[in-house]
Design a binder for this molecule. Structure first.
Ligand code: C5P
Length: 224
């Protein structure tokens, strides 16, 4: 039998990553931070001098990534070829580069099987943009987080500052808006809720309240 899956999709700054880590702690399940895969493809391309619109080269990079993930206290740590690159891939510039490569069908195809390999017993929490629509369409529980643009920019601002990344709030708001627009408007796997997703507006909710609602939903569906 396929292990159970909870998918968490939504635009940036809605709290997906934090929620996913908390659910993993509560359940003991595996975690897929799919955004990190797109961030690493863009990062590796830039390191190798590959243009972010060179589809065939990017797909080759996506297929061959020697990656390792480790769930830390509040974020997923990422190693590429044995080197920790977590901070390098978390800036908004890296997020924007990720969204450029994520719009390329060949890159998404190259990452599909790799993402599905994360589904192992006892279960999976998968965080991204198309987890419930494309990668795990038969997931038992699909959550789609939203929040107002202002709140999302503010959250990302605090998160990046905490990581020691230098940011300007006005610039960050513009960059996030542009990234979300690109994610929503692209032709392949655009950011949108699955028809059977539960949509949670987190604008006025703290992360404890979001976690409680999702755990309650998981229990209702017999997942815990
Ligand atoms: O979630 P995160 O901010 O790390 O994602 C970075 C970018 O990767 C997103 O803006 C999006 O373009 C892309 N992405 C995607 N599909 C996913 C996860 C992330 O297209 N499942």
């Amino acid at each position: 039998m396929r292990p159970p899956t909870i998918t968490i999709d939504g635009p940036s700054g809605t709290g997906k990553g934090t929620l996913a880590i908390r659910l993993v702690r509560a359940t003991g399940w595996h975690l897929l931070d799919s955004g990190a895969l797109y961030r690493v493809v863009a990062y590796a391309a830039q390191q190798q001098g590959v243009s972010l619109d060179s589809a065939a080269d990017l797909a080759r990079i996506a297929t061959g990534l020697a990656l390792e993930f480790q769930v830390a206290e509040e974020a997923v740590e990422v190693w590429l070829n044995g080197m920790e690159i977590s901070t390098d891939i978390r800036s908004e510039t890296a997020g924007s580069a990720a969204s450029q490569v994520a719009a390329i069908a060949a890159v998404r195809d190259a990452l599909l099987a790799r993402q599905r390999e994360f589904l192992r017993a006892p279960g999976l929490v998968a965080d991204g943009r198309d987890m419930g629509t494309v990668v795990f369409p038969t997931a038992e529980l699909k959550i789609f987080l939203t929040a107002s643009p202002f709140i999302r920019a503010e959250r990302r601002y605090k998160q990046l500052k905490q990581k020691g990344i230098d940011v300007n709030l006005a610039r960050l708001s513009e960059d996030i808006a542009a990234r979300d627009r690109r994610d929503e408007e692209r032709e392949v796997s655009p950011l949108q809720p699955a028809s059977d997703a539960i949509i949670l507006d987190t604008s006025a909710l703290d992360i404890d309240a979001v976690e409680e609602s999702v755990i309650a939903l998981a229990q209702e569906r017999g997942l815990r």
